[in-house]
Design a protein around this ligand. Sequence first.
Ligand SMILES: Nc1ncnc2c1ncn2[C@@H]1O[C@H](COP(=O)(O)OP(=O)(O)OP(=O)(O)O)[C@@H](O)[C@H]1O
Ligand SMILES: Cc1ncsc1CCO
Length: 537
Amino acid sequence: MGKVEIDYSVYLVTGREFLPAGKDYYESLEESLQGGVTLVQIREKDADTGEFIEVARRSKEICDKYNVPVLINDRIDVHLAVGTAGIHIGQTDCPLPLARQLVGPDAIIGISVGTVSEAHKAVEEGADYVGIGAVWPTGSKDVRNKKMLGPEGVGEILDILAGTGVKSVAIGGIHLPNLAQLLHSSTGPDSTNHLDGIAIISDIVASQTPKEAARGLRDVVDSFKRVRSSATDPLALFSVQGKREVSVEAFVNGVMGLMDVVKRETPLVHQMTNNVVINDSANATLAVGASPIMSTHPRDVADLSPAIGALLINFGTISDKEGMLVAGRQANFNRKPLVFDPVAIGATSYRRETAVDLLAHWQPTIIKGNAGEIGAMAKSTEVASRGVDSVGSGFSNPGAVVKALARKRAAVIVLTGEQDYISDGSVVLKTSNGHHYLGSITGSGCMTGSLIGCFAAAARLDYLSKNKAFENLSQLVQGDMLLAALAGVVVFNVAAEVAAERPDVKGPGTFRAALIDELYNLTPEIVKKRAKVETLS
Ligand SMILES: Nc1ncnc2c1ncn2[C@@H]1O[C@H](COP(=O)(O)OP(=O)(O)OP(=O)(O)O)[C@@H](O)[C@H]1O
Ligand SMILES: Cc1ncsc1CCO
């Protein structure tokens, strides 16, 4: 007979306990199938065997009309009695090899995994698919007590599955507003293996309109799969769509164009930054033509999100974690670029833990740091941090470090220093502008992050003025974020060069004021003349 072909895109896990008052289970199931559910798991935690068999039998009758396969949660006897396509088991249910003996070679067996070792075991034991979770906290029974993986944890498991033929769905806390974030971020960093689908309980079952709920989710997953299958480089997904011209001239022209867009559009750039640099960062933002708003309260940042062009989260003095969690999630929901500056992340365990927590909750578009910070993010031992500064001469191959980290984090990475390295996981750029005075004032890295935020907002607006908004529903951010990162770095450093050359600049104090002046006076032509940009790949 052979195995049933399964489309894992939108995998409904039933739960009669989640039905809204007055909603009939079978009616809800049928509506969800009409909305585009591609696979159904019947999950009955409290039903007696007879009742479970009856629910499964009637559910299968309905699913058969839509050619959607049915799996049974845990109960091999119910699967055998009803003749469904297979079973889904948890880690404490019947061991997989025994389940395989009982259900035979043609039945589908899926298993829940929450760790890398569970994923290895599932592959070895011949699972057809794994349910990876919980991605995020959830009220649903199946995943409430499991460790939260975040998309990064999902990505680690996806690397293990790559090339094995074992399919994957993510489960836990997945809702329409965070679905694009999940699909974007859940990438195997080494393999670029990605999810085959999502498993959903409450978003569909608890809905009064399950057809619309399922349709909304299905549209995003379909869009993600379409882009993935057509992209020549799968990572093009998070930067620019279509083919990019990789030439220094094209990049410099692009930077010049974004400078004009910032001046024309004056985007609002929300910055949650440290209290050492807050004033300098706001002034640097104004000097390039954007509009800063420095706000930290969780309620305030949530209200601001729809109006902003981009968000910067810099945890230099690390006092507003709650606001950062909310602001980042809102930025992802509203599909606004998010620049993350993990100041001194390598210096303390509190900072490392905070970064892990923040990054489990939201997906940054661009991550910027000095060598110590990028080294800590990449778990490299080549460069150490001492406080907010990095120690030592740097990486032996900085281009490779930013490229690998960009792939791991599905974000554009900016490594600052005397030379700067920028990568989207595909292209690597090197820039060599700037002045050593930048190392003698505080907050030069923080201001670079603020300017990257300004140009990220401009890149998004530029894209939206020329293209339709979100034809690709799974895309987290629109616009050329690699170019935005380059623009922030180059504009800041060219202005610094010009400022340092001024006869009235005698040292870091006068330089700091001159830097704001020269950011204000900088023209695209000066940038074109002075930009030192190289492409490394
Ligand atoms: N010696 C230098 N020559 C040229 N440019 C430099 C030099 N040092 C730093 N820069 C530039 O200054 C900015 C800050 O980089 P740096 O690596 O010093 O950041 P940082 O350590 O995070 O700074 P801070 O903690 O003060 O905010 C970047 O735009 C970088 O290109
Ligand atoms: C000096 C300093 N301390 C915390 S944040 C900050 C600004 C430069 O990163």
